[in-house]
Ligand binder design. Structure first.
Ligand code: NAD
Ligand code: DAU
Length: 352
């Protein structure tokens, strides 16, 4: 049994990873938290600025697909556990270039597990926690929910790569007795969310009076969860979930895209003291995403019944907090939307 935890959090400089690192650093002073991140366009050390220099936090710049980088991190920090979030995470980018997703999400995950197996002499007492997505289950119609036993049916290159990584994690458990835990979560929102994703993109465009690009008819449904509640769920599962088990995490909070965008416009009109309805005039219907999944909805009953987790705040509170965070953190927004983002935006949206 290991007593002192030295947890490698991959992707810790990204959106969800930074919230996981912050929670662990603040709540577990006896643990050493090692953020492992290669700082792609989606990783940003300013996401960690309040915990970066904490006594129980270290940053390691490395690539999960590099045997050398991962080995060095394990050796230098005597890693006892891994919480694995590093990934290419944006569906639209996966449609443009799938191979990067295969490399990072599949090869990277297997490379991490191989190093953990090589380093952990006895597997007992260690945890490899794989953070995954509800998109692996495919697309729902108007009825029903994804449960832990829903068959996999990924439909985008992103979700196919996450599904493949989930299968490898499960295969390592069954084949080698490797100590894995996994969770599949719905759409997150909150601070430090990259403005390539729906909610921050809309907030930024409303602020700058730019068109609000709604894919297709805007009738696709997503189940939104406050990112800090996802981090709390990961904490609970990491500490109390069963080895070899998977848990679904969701907000019981389904919204059609168009309704959510109207809600954001309303909040922004209020916060910016615009006349009611002004921001909604920016709504522009554009060409749909290829293979656009209609509806995701998570049944998180297992997590609630077995481990007592449930979301802590309402969507109304969370969405307004998020809008206010973006309005108050325009330096962060400018940093992540300069340079390469402008090229990305032109390529992605001019062709729609
Ligand atoms: P993100 O894109 O914001 O962050 C990804 C992080 O991984 C970045 O810091 C990036 O620099 C890092 N990274 C990418 N490739 C790397 C590599 N080769 N080596 C090391 N680091 C690398 O992603 P996110 O939205 O925070 O998602 C984190 C995880 O949670 C992903 O595995 C994603 O599939 C999963 N997930 C996301 C959501 C969501 O709504 N965002 C929902 C469910 C599950
Ligand atoms: O369900 C969990 C997944 O949620 C995560 O695994 C992914 O990493 C994360 O990116 C997210 O995927 P989505 O594709 O659901 O998120 P995105 O913010 O890209 O899009 C949300 C919805 O909004 C989707 O139906 C597409 C639509 N959309 C998106 C953008 C960026 C638009 O209508 N216009 C846009 O400009």
């Amino acid at each position: 049994m290991t007593t002192q935890k030295q947890i490698l959090v991959t992707g810790g400089a990204g959106f969800i990873g930074s919230h996981v690192v912050r929670l662990l650093v603040n709540n577990y002073p006896a643990y050493q938290i090692i953020t492992f991140d290669s700082l792609t366009y989606a990783g940003n050390l300013s996401n960690l600025k309040d915990v970066m220099d904490a006594k129980n936090h270290t940053f390691f710049k490395g690539d999960i697909t590099s045997e050398q980088d991962v080995k060095a991190a394990f050796e230098q920090h005597q890693i006892t556990d891994v919480i694995h979030l590093a990934a290419e995470s944006h569906v639209d980018r996966s449609i443009e270039g799938p191979m990067e997703f295969v490399h990072t999400n599949v090869v990277g995950t297997v490379n991490l597990m191989n190093q953990a197996r090589a380093s952990w002499k006895e597997l007992d007492g260690h945890i490899f926690y794989h953070v995954s997505t509800d998109e692996v289950f495919g697309s729902l119609g108007d009825e029903g929910f994804f449960t832990e036993t829903t068959p996999y049916d990924p439909r985008s290159p992103y979700s196919a790569s996450k599904a493949a990584s989930d299968h490898f994690v499960s295969a390592y458990y069954h084949t080698y007795g490797f100590p894995v835990k996994r969770s599949n979560c719905s759409n997150n929102y909150g601070s430090n969310h990259h403005p390539e994703k729906l909610i921050p993109l809309m907030i930024n465009n409303i602020l700058n009076k730019k068109p609000l690009p709604v894919y297709g008819e805007g009738i696709n449904v997503r189940d939104w969860l406050w990112v800090e509640d996802h981090a709390r769920a990961i904490d609970v599962i990491f500490h109390h979930g069963e080895i070899g088990c998977n848990y679904n995490i969701g907000g019981w909070n389904e919204w059609r895209n168009i309704d959510l965008i109207h809600e954001l416009c309303k909040i922004m009109d209020e916060e910016l003291e615009r006349k009611p309805g002004e921001s909604a005039e920016l709504i522009t219907y554009v060409k749909d995403r290829a293979g656009h999944d209609l509806r995701y909805a998570i049944d998180a009953t297992k997590l609630f019944d077995e481990l007592g987790w449930k979301p802590s705040i309402t969507f109304e509170e969370g969405l307004r907090n998020t809008v206010i965070w973006y309005l108050n953190n325009q330096d962060w927004v400018k940093e992540v939307t300069s340079g390469a983002y402008q090229d990305y935006y032109k390529n992605m949206y001019n062709q729609r």
